[in-house]
Each structure stands twice: as structure tokens, then as C-alpha cells.
Design a protein around this ligand. Structure first.
Ligand SMILES: Nc1ncnc2c1ncn2[C@@H]1O[C@H](COP(=O)(O)OP(=O)(O)O)[C@@H](O)[C@H]1O
Ligand SMILES: N[C@@H](CCC(=O)OP(=O)(O)O)C(=O)O
Length: 371
């Protein structure tokens, strides 16, 4: 038995579209009901559910037989499907008198400091009130640029946002195998303590006929991301969820590989699309990487990209290697006139608003050596 599961006070469970849809596509109320029965013992303060399935649930009402390709129709399907999805959760949890609360997040909600605090406060309060938060990406308004992209990654971020002790990623396969088990014989990977345990693994293909976006590769990325921020993660199937949540040795466990980090910094480190690049001189690299200092305008030699204040950018060393990511404090078009100059001089010249860091140390993450 796994004692870390039995002692977990807050657990984030993520369920994929593959576990909620019928073979014909569309939402399957029975499968959803089975999932709810499996997670119900944690409901009422310990459980946060991250559920996919909005797009799958929206297909039939819109008369679509498969996932649409264009963003606007996807958004429409998600909008229609999300309400059906949450309605079904409300009914299923309602059987044990548990209330659910829908929370739809976009990437900006966990990057910008004020939004991040707001999301955290809202989730904390829901849990204190004994309500089960049902989280999904806000697909109806998310654009390509500001997407989490998949709910596995979103669940890893949510696990940090609520300071969860445990993240459980549920799918239609009972763990991570060394190759896609649907395509031939494969061996279950029981434990991942470092990236070396994943050497040679192949994670191509998904189980869902095009309604989900994850696949095993995104679950592995999300589990590594959560583990790098100190959250233990189990990957297993919905069918084994009840066992996994009582501590049975099922699925694949990713053990923590790093200390706990704020969710927004975790997202920043793993954000797939920085909006620009700041080129640093050697002194600035030494300050930022070696001494965890803020980045000042004096150490920036040039800037690429079209970003606004608050956007994620990559910090690169003089050889062009990305060494860190951060939330930039100025718009791209403000920076060229500031580069290489001291903050006092900038303040005297341009005004007091310019006497500050280009990237504050609290908004900076150093990239993992493996990246
Ligand atoms: N190495 C692997 N181990 C386990 N499953 C794998 C692997 N590689 C690919 N897969 C596939 O990933 C699928 C799960 O991903 P997906 O269907 O996207 O799940 P969900 O919709 O639950 O997020 C499995 O059904 C399996 O076919
Ligand atoms: N947000 C989307 C799901 C995206 C996603 O990651 O799907 P999945 O791989 O099934 O977890 C939806 O609700 O349809």
C-alpha cells in the first residue's frame, strides 16, 4: 500500500476524454457515473477534478460526427459541451449530496500574479466549503497563443495552484508502458524517479478517436512537470482509479524530483510558446543564473519578438542558449531605447517608471538542465 496516497490531504484527479466518451463518440453518462463513484470518497474538501470532455460532449448537439478542425467551431463545441458535462457531474455528485463548482481557466489566469492569486483564493474557498471544483480549460475563449494546450498540463499546474499532495492522471490505459500497449506487447513502468527511467520509451498515438488532445506523451510531460515541482503523480486508468486512490500499487508513480514551486513559475518554465527573447551579456547571465538576481536593462544587448508587459519571454546567453524564462515588465517596443543603460539614468531620462528591472527575480525561472 502507498502511505503517501492514504495521507494526501488534497488530491487533483484529471480525467481524459477517452474515459468519458462512448465508442460512438459523445459523453457516456455511465462512464462518468463510474468515475464519480471512484473519486467520491475524496469529495467534500480533498478533491479537485480536472475534466476533459467538453468538445466530445458538444459534438452531437452541433450535429458533428468528429472533432472540427477550425478554432471557432471547436470553441462552439466546447461552449455547448461544457455545460452538458458539468450538468452531468452535478447530477452524479448530487447523489451523495456533494455540490460541484465549475472553474474554467486560461493560461493567463496562472501567469499574471493578480489572476493567479485570484484563482487560488477561489479554489481554496470552494474546497473549504466542501464543494468539488470541476476544472477545464476555458476552450470557448482560449486562443492558440494563450492555451495550456492539454488538460494533463493544466492538471499539473492546478495541483500546484491548490498545493495538492497528489496528482492522479486517469486515462483508458492502466499506466505508462515502454511502448503503446495497443500496438503490441509492452511492459508497465512502475516507478519514475528520474528521466533515466523513461529512456527508450515510446509514447506515440492516443486511445481516443480524435476528441482528446493528450495521448500518453502529454501525461508523461505533465507528470514530470508536477514531479519537478514536488508533487507526486500517479498515471493509471479510470477503471483502477478507486484502487489507486486507496493506495493500491497500481499504475505508474512519478516521484518528486525537485522542491515545490509556485504554479505560475512552473507554467513559465514549461510554457511552450514564449512571446519573445531577451539576449543577455555575460555579466547578466552570471547575475541571473549564478546569483538569482533580477535582470536589469544594462545587461540586455538586444530583443526579439512582439510582446507586451507581463508576457513570458526567454532569456538567452551570448551563444544563443536559453538559460531562463521570465515575465517581462516592459513592452517590446519600449526596450530598445533602454538597453545597456543604468536604471538611474533611465529614470532621469524617461521617468520614475523606468527605474526597475526588465524581469524581476520573483518572475524568473532558470531552465532545467534537461531542456
Ligand atoms: N507508452 C505508452 N504507454 C501507455 N499508453 C500509451 C503509450 N503510448 C501511447 N499510448 C496511448 O495513449 C492513450 C491514452 O491517451 P489519450 O487517449 O489521449 O488519453 P486521455 O483522453 O485519457 O487523455 C492510450 O490509450 C494508448 O493507446
Ligand atoms: N479541454 C478539452 C480537452 C483537452 C484534452 O486535454 O483532452 P484529453 O487528452 O482527453 O484530456 C475538452 O474539454 O474537450
Amino acid at each position: 500500500m502507498r502511505s503517501f496516497v492514504q495521507s494526501a490531504q488534497r488530491v487533483v484527479v484529471k480525467v481524459g476524454s477517452s474515459s468519458l466518451t462512448s465508442a460512438a463518440g459523445g459523453l457516456d453518462a455511465e462512464r462518468l457515473g463510474a468515475l464519480v463513484r471512484a473519486v467520491r470518497p475524496l469529495a467534500g474538501g480533498r478533491l479537485v477534478l480536472v475534466s476533459s470532455g467538453a468538445i466530445a460532449a458538444g459534438l452531437a448537439p452541433l450535429g458533428l460526427s468528429r472533432r472540427p478542425r477550425d478554432l471557432a467551431t471547436l470553441q462552439a463545441a466546447a461552449s455547448v459541451g461544457q455545460s452538458a458535462l458539468v450538468h452531468q457531474y452535478a447530477e452524479a455528485f448530487g447523489q451523495s449530496s456533494h455540490q460541484v463548482g465549475q472553474v474554467l481557466l486560461t493560461a493567463t489566469d496562472v501567469v499574471r500574479r493578480a489572476h493567479y492569486r485570484n484563482a487560488r483564493t477561489a479554489l481554496d474557498r470552494l474546497l473549504e466549503l466542501g464543494i468539488v471544483p470541476i476544472i477545464n480549460e476555458n476552450d470557448a475563449v482560449a486562443t492558440q497563443e494563450i492555451r495550456f494546450g492539454d488538460n494533463d498540463r493544466l492538471a499539473a499546474i492546478v495541483a500546484h495552484l491548490v498545493s495538492a499532495d497528489l496528482l492522479v492522471l486517469l486515462s483508458d490505459v492502466d499506466g505508462v508502458y515502454d511502448a503503446n500497449p495497443r500496438l503490441g506487447p509492452a511492459n508497465l513502468v512502475r516507478e519514475v524517479r528520474s528521466d533515466a527511467d523513461l529512456d527508450g520509451l515510446s509514447a506515440k498515438g492516443t486511445g481516443t478517436a480524435g476528441v482528446g488532445t493528450g495521448g500518453m506523451a502529454t501525461k508523461i510531460d505533465a507528470a514530470r512537470m508536477a514531479a519537478s515541482g514536488g508533487v507526486t503523480t500517479i498515471v493509471t486508468s479510470t477503471a483502477r482509479a478507486a484502487e489507486a486512490l486507496t493506495g493500491a500499487e497500481v499504475g505508474t508513480v512519478f516521484y518528486p524530483t525537485g522542491p515545490r514551486r509556485a504554479a505560475r513559475l512552473l507554467w513559465l518554465a514549461h510554457a511552450t510558446a514564449p512571446m519573445g527573447r531577451l539576449h543577455l551579456d555575460a555579466g547578466a547571465v552570471a547575475a541571473v543564473v549564478g546569483r538569482s538576481a533580477s535582470l536589469l536593462p544594462a545587461g540586455v544587448t538586444s530583443v526579439d519578438g512582439d510582446f507586451s508587459a507581463g508576457d513570458p519571454v526567454e532569456l538567452v546567453d551570448p551563444t544563443g542558449r536559453a538559460v531562463a524564462r521570465g515575465l517581462v515588465a516592459f513592452d517590446a517596443d519600449e526596450l530598445p531605447g533602454m538597453l545597456g543603460r543604468g536604471t538611474a539614468e533611465l529614470a532621469a531620462d524617461l521617468g520614475p517608471g523606468y527605474d526597475r528591472e526588465v524581469v524581476h527575480r520573483d518572475d524568473l525561472v532558470l531552465l532545467l538542465p534537461s531542456r
